[in-house]
Structure formats: C-alpha cells, structure tokens
Ligand binder design. Sequence first.
Ligand code: RP5
Length: 168
Amino acid sequence: MAAVDSVSPLIGIVMGSRSDWETMQHAAAKLEALGVPHEVRVVSAHRTPDVLFDYAATARDRGLRAIIAGAGGAAHLPGMLASKTPLPVLGVPVQSKALNGMDSLLSIVQMPAGIPVATFAIGNAGAANAALFAAAMIANEFPDVAAGLDAFRAKQTADVMAADDPRR
Ligand code: RP5
C-alpha cells in the first residue's frame, strides 16, 4: 500500500488535439476530485508521431500506471500508444463533427487481437468513466484513492435519493 502524496503523475491523460480538451477535461476533473496525480498532454498520432513514440516508450519508467487517450475521427492514438507501452491504455472516443463519434468509437474499439485498448463511451461520459476506471485500477495500491472512490459513489447515491421526485 502506498500514499498518494507523490508529486509524480500516476495517470497520463493524452489527446490528439487541443480541441479534444472540451471532452477530456471531464477525465481530468474526476482525477482531480479523487486526488489522483496526473498529467495532461496533447500528443497526436499523425501530427507528432515521434512525440507519441517517446511518450509511450517512457511512460512506465516515469511511474505512470495507465494512460487515458482521447481522440476523434480516425482515432489511432490509443492503439498506437498501446503498441508502444506495456501500460493499460484506456481509449475515449471524442465526438467528431462529421460522424458524431461513431468513427472514433469504431477505430478505437476494433483493435485486432494482441494489443488491447479498453474503450469507453463516446464523449464526456466516456472521459469521466475512463478516469473512474483508472482510479479503480490503482485503488488497491493507493488506499486514499479507494476511499475517494467509495466517497464519490456514496455521494452520487445520496444525491439521487435526495431528489428522487423529478417534479420537484
Ligand atoms: C484528431 O483529430 C483529434 O483527436 C481530434 O479529435 C480531431 C480533430 O482535430 P483538430 O482538427 O480539431 O485539431 O487527431
């Protein structure tokens, strides 16, 4: 068991473009709320491929436990990262303008056998859930994170029960 007070990030949040931040900020907000140290970077598979390779190749040695990767369109970022790191990669399909994110979803989820990418829902819900999932992955190692997740769920339940009549 370890304390989560280290300054070095445990989770990497990367995205193919600054335009993905509107979606991926929901992942960062969840990790922030849970007190999980994380970093945020724009890393593009097709605009900065060398940066992608370097980020993935060094991620484990820098102490990251998992990478959350969001991308839209022909969203090869999560799969390419997964091919270059042994860390778990959590893919978030960003909602594209042309095809509403179906292109992003299918290009992230349809990985050929051998290099897995855990794929989440399109858009904000996927980004938030990827963060909660990443926190759950490290919760056994960091008791503070486990406690934070328990508290988050308890509040979520209490909030629903406190307003269970939709007319009010
Ligand atoms: C992808 O292309 C990014 O992940 C983004 O979702 C999409 C559009 O990027 P911009 O043209 O907005 O930079 O690489």
